[in-house]
Design a protein around this ligand. Structure first.
Ligand code: PMP
Length: 400
């Protein structure tokens, strides 16, 4: 009898669609499969808060179940949560969206990105985004039959998007620009002046802007500016945000998109047929995050990240790995060029020799080569010990 294992020899063709077959697996996942086989590793790898969700939010989730709120909600999400989201976006980002027609609650920013791409793109449409970037962007675009077009950013420019390079990347097939500031993995932010130049290009070429603001509360320098707040931009901007990072809620899987009514109504169709609605319990917990003490808890967490950022960045510069001061998110992106190793070689050897896990910069796009991403949402003692070990590793490499 043939078993499942033999099925490849029975079926000549692959059942997998070619655009999915061609997708590379995330460089981060591959690396963590290796980390998971080892003991006593200090991990600066995973990009998520090291806090548990604040108690008031957890308690609301528990009460939601206790009260028996176990049914579906409206496809768009509960009206209470959508109203709170639009108020939050208006108060904090100065962009006004209609809670009944311009807002949809999703399963994290991940789903919001997915349904936005599937809603906007015809096959072959191009989406411009900055690199190094969150690993999902090119894959999300490809899965929606679009064409990812990366614009490189550079350490000498603080990894901000250069509008001149953006203008050069625009073609007659460009449909959208995808922004992520503060940026994963560089921690870069964008000044209002630069955003204004991006906005002018979007208007001139009649493009949609998607702005992934998932790290926007974790901003340590100048006040955060959203491109959605610039004159004439809310009507062409899809504002993507969620609760994972600011409120330490990665596992609750809740986020949202705010945008023009026509686009949100169409995104709702994709969401309705593939998802139905975000988890009811998570939506109630998210409402608590926005309306009660969630904000105060978030500020405390941000202050703690800031202290750990300073510790990590000073440490890297002390041991001779040049590192810019990231202005947002919770990632440092030091250059490892001085070691003469590629970023993959550096990360693999460091893991083997010193048991510290960092992510090779090339996982975030080709121009991430020469850097590694280190998440400072880790304990201060672990950060100090990791820096000592990396320092020893770098010094040992120099002696060879
Ligand atoms: N966007 C960026 C830039 C991210 O870094 C992440 C998660 N690492 C996401 C989106 C996905 O977040 P969520 O948990 O809301 O799906």
């Amino acid at each position: 009898m043939k078993t499942m294992k033999d099925s490849k020899s029975v079926c000549e063709k692959s059942f997998v669609a070619s655009h999915i077959k061609e997708l590379p697996k995330s460089g981060i996942r591959k690396f963590f499969d290796l980390v998971n086989t080892m003991d006593d590793v200090i991990s600066l790898g995973v990009g998520e808060p090291d806090f548990t969700t604040p108690w008031t939010i957890r308690e609301t989730g528990i009460f939601s179940l206790e009260k028996g709120h176990t049914a579906y909600t409206s496809n768009l999400g509960t009206p209470q949560l959508r109203r709170a989201i639009c108020r939050y976006v208006s108060d904090n980002y100065h962009a006004d969206y209609d809670p009944m027609k311009g807002c949809i609650v999703t399963i994290g920013v991940s789903e919001a990105l997915d349904i936005a791409m599937r809603t906007l793109l015809n096959p072959g449409d191009e989406v411009i985004y900055t690199e190094p970037c969150f690993v999902s962007y090119p894959a999300e675009i490809r899965m929606a039959h679009g064409v990812p077009v990366a614009v490189e950013t550079f350490a000498k420019d603080g990894f901000a998007l250069d509008p001149v390079r953006l203008a050069q990347a625009i073609t007659s097939r460009t449909k959208a620009i995808l922004l992520n500031f503060p940026c994963n993995p560089t921690g870069a932010v964008m000044s209002r002046a630069r955003l204004e130049e991006v906005a002018l290009l979007a208007v001139k070429h009649d493009l949609v802007v998607l702005t992934d603001e998932i790290y926007s509360e974790l901003n340590y320098g100048e006040p955060h500016v959203s491109i959605a707040s610039l004159p004439g931009m809310a009507e062409r901007t899809i504002f993507l945000h969620g609760f994972s990072k600011a409120f330490a809620m990665t596992g609750w899987r809740v986020g949202y998109a705010c945008g023009p009514a026509e686009i949100i109504d169409s995104m709702m169709k994709v969401h309705q047929y593939s998802i139905m609605c975000a988890s009811t319990m998570s939506q109630e917990a998210a409402l608590e995050a926005l309306t009660s003490r969630g904000g105060r808890e978030m500020l405390k967490m941000r202050e703690s990240y800031r202290r750990r950022r300073d510790l990590m960045v000073a440490g890297f510069n002390r041991i001779g790995l040049k590192c810019l001061m990231p202005q947002g998110a919770f990632y440092a992106f030091p250059s490892i060029e001085s070691t003469g190793m590629s970023s993959t070689e550096f990360a693999e050897k460091l893991l083997k020799d010193e048991k510290v896990a960092v992510i090779p910069g090339c996982a975030f796009g080709a121009c991430g080569e020469g850097f590694v991403r280190c998440c400072y949402a880790a304990g201060s003692a672990d950060i100090s010990e990791a820096i000592n070990r990396i320092g020893r590793f770098v010094a040992a490499g120099k002696k060879k």
